[in-house]
Design a protein around this ligand. Structure first.
Ligand SMILES: CC(C)(COP(=O)(O)OP(=O)(O)OC[C@H]1O[C@@H](n2cnc3c(N)ncnc32)[C@H](O)[C@@H]1OP(=O)(O)O)[C@@H](O)C(=O)NCCC(=O)NCCS
Length: 182
C-alpha cells in the first residue's frame, strides 16, 4: 500500500505523501505547463531536492497531503495548508493536480473540501486564505465553486514569462464553510 486515507470527500481521499514518488514530483515540478500556474515557476527542482523535500515533509508536522483518486488509488498530486498560525487560527491553502487529463473532473473541488474539513474540524482553524494568479481562471472557478470569496488583488506582483501579473486573494471563514456544508 502506498497511500493511506486521512480525510475523504467525493471521489478522492487525502493521504500522507509517499517519498517514493520523488521522480514523479521532479517531472511535474519542472513542467512549465503546470508550474506557470503556481508560484514555483522560476525554481529548478532536482531529483535530490525532491527526494529531500518529501523526506522532510514525512518527518514534519506540515500539512501537505497527497490527493488520491478512490478509483484505482492513483495519486493526482498535493493539497496543503501553509503558514499555519494556531493562535490566529489561519492558514494559506495551496493545491495542484499535475495530470491535465484529470482536470475539470471535480477532483480539485473534492480535495479542497476534504482539506477544509480537516482545517476547520480537526485543526480548529478559522480563516483559510489563498493567492491565485489572476489569469488562472480554472483555479478561480474551482475556488468559487467551494465558496471562497474574493477579498482583494495584489497588483503587478508576479513576473512570469516576461510579463507582469496580478494575484487575486480569496478567503473562506469557518462559519461560512460549515453553513454551506450542512
Ligand atoms: C486548479 C485545479 C486544482 C482545479 O482542480 P480541478 O479538478 O481541475 O477543478 P474542478 O473540476 O473541481 O473545477 C474546475 C472548474 O473550472 C472551470 N473551468 C475550467 N477552465 C476554465 C476557464 N478557462 N475559465 C473559467 N472556468 C474554467 C470548469 O468548468 C470547472 O467548473 P464546473 O465544474 O462548474 O464546470 C487544477 O485544475 C490544477 O491543479 N491546475 C493546475 C495548477 C493550479 O492552477 N493550481 C492552483 C494554483 S492557485
Amino acid at each position: 500500500m502506498k497511500y493511506f486515507p486521512k480525510v475523504s470527500r467525493g471521489n478522492v481521499y487525502l493521504s500522507p505523501l509517499n517519498p517514493d514518488d520523488y521522480e514523479l514530483f521532479t517531472k511535474w515540478m519542472n513542467d512549465s505547463r503546470i508550474t506557470d500556474w503556481i508560484t514555483t515557476w522560476p525554481m529548478i527542482f532536482s531529483l535530490n531536492w525532491e527526494k529531500a523535500w518529501l523526506e522532510n515533509v514525512a518527518k514534519s508536522w506540515d500539512c501537505n497531503l497527497a490527493i488520491v483518486k478512490k478509483d484505482g488509488d492513483k495519486v493526482l498530486w498535493t493539497v496543503g495548508l501553509f503558514h499555519i498560525e494556531h493562535i490566529n487560527q489561519a492558514a494559506e491553502l495551496g493545491i495542484s493536480i499535475w495530470d491535465f487529463e484529470e482536470h475539470n473532473k471535480w477532483y480539485g473541488t473534492d480535495a479542497i473540501n476534504a482539506m477544509l474539513s480537516f482545517a476547520y474540524n480537526t485543526l480548529n482553524l478559522y480563516n483559510v486564505y489563498l493567492k491565485v494568479k489572476s489569469f488562472n481562471k480554472k483555479a478561480i472557478a474551482c475556488y468559487k465553486k467551494v465558496w471562497f470569496q474574493e477579498i482583494g488583488t495584489m497588483h503587478h506582483c508576479q513576473y512570469c514569462n516576461g510579463e507582469w501579473h496580478d494575484m487575486v486573494i480569496m478567503e473562506m471563514l469557518k462559519p461560512d464553510w460549515l453553513e454551506k456544508n450542512k
